[in-house]
Design a protein around this ligand. Structure first.
Ligand SMILES: Nc1ncnc2c1ncn2[C@@H]1O[C@H](COP(=O)(O)OP(=O)(O)O)[C@@H](O)[C@H]1O
Ligand SMILES: [Mg+2]
Length: 268
């Protein structure tokens, strides 16, 4: 039974998710003991799709918060609002999830400031409570509540990283780009291109991923491959599609562009 307050967050239709290893069983086991879960991996590697799929599979509502550095604890927890009738408390997304029983997905958690992130601490240990200091209320988390965060280890600096005290509250699942055969399947499924085009795109990405750290900050993601494939499915010339979706977005460096273009023309 899902509370009416969170019913709009229930995912009705099964999201397409192609498992890569044993992540579904691990997440289910973690959820059954309400262990907070951290999804670690580069952008565009399937983290958001996975949490949507798991919420659907578990039949639980999913409340997603895209974290950013301007976000305050009040944005998560809630605040008093002034209206015609006076002041009234409005729960934030974290409070709604905790109170009524939803998965709360804090996407790109490191984008939030550390003094914001700490509000999840009492919810992510044995206490499972959320103090609403301004309101003077202690919310005991609903039995269905779970915190899931995503974290890209790629672009962390010392200034922008999770505190150890935050990290150690989570079990982590590693997301890397899937093995070629699986990634080909995903790209073909999501874009509608044939297996052969999808497979060539994946080969280009594998080449480009080897350049990571040698002038590229992040490799070509599964998401980018799906973009390129979708352009091809629209009838765009293959080289032009790769240029637009795979090469141009990730580098401004002429040498790196040449290297990526060479990878494209090797396969198309
Ligand atoms: N294992 C997977 N199964 C199905 N689709 C996937 C998978 N991995 C990646 N995708 C596709 O790649 C896109 C980007 O993944 P997403 O979950 O948004 O990445 P992230 O949240 O890691 O940045 C998704 O919209 C989906 O189309
Ligand atoms: Mg995401």
């Amino acid at each position: 039974m899902v509370a009416p307050q969170v019913a709009p967050y229930v995912i009705d239709t099964e999201p397409y998710y192609r498992p890569v290893a044993n992540e579904i069983a691990l997440f289910e086991a973690a959820y059954s003991v309400r262990m907070p879960v951290m999804l670690k991996g580069p952008t565009g590697s399937g983290k958001t799709r996975f949490v949507e799929y798991m919420a659907w599979r578990l039949g639980k509502p999913l409340i997603t918060v895209a974290c950013n550095e301007d976000m305050t604890a009040s944005d998560l927890v809630g605040r008093f609002l002034l209206d015609a009738g006076g002041t009234r408390w409005q729960d934030g997304p974290l409070t709604i999830a905790a109170r009524y029983g939803a998965l709360c997905y804090l996407d790109e958690i490191v984008e939030a400031r550390q003094d914001t992130t700490v509000v999840i601490h009492p919810l992510t240990d044995a206490r499972r409570v959320l103090p609403l200091d301004k309101k003077g209320e202690l919310v005991q988390a609903h039995p269905d509540f779970q915190v899931v965060i995503s974290y890209n280890p790629g672009y962390q600096s010392v200034m922008k990283d999770l505190k150890q005290s935050t990290k150690q509250r989570f079990g982590a699942l590693d997301f890397t780009y899937p093995p070629a055969a699986i990634e080909t399947e995903i790209v073909a499924h999501e874009s509608g291109v044939g297996h052969d085009d999808a497979s060539r795109l994946v080969s280009i990405a594998e080449r480009a991923r080897n350049l990571k750290g040698h002038g590229l900050d992040e490799g070509i993601s599964t998401r980018m491959l799906i973009y390129a494939a979708s352009l091809i499915a629209q009838g765009v010339d293959r080289i032009a599609a790769c240029e637009m979706a795979l090469v141009s977005p990730i580098t401004d460096d002429p040498d790196m562009r040449d290297a990526l273009e060479a990878a494209v023309t090797t396969y198309f």
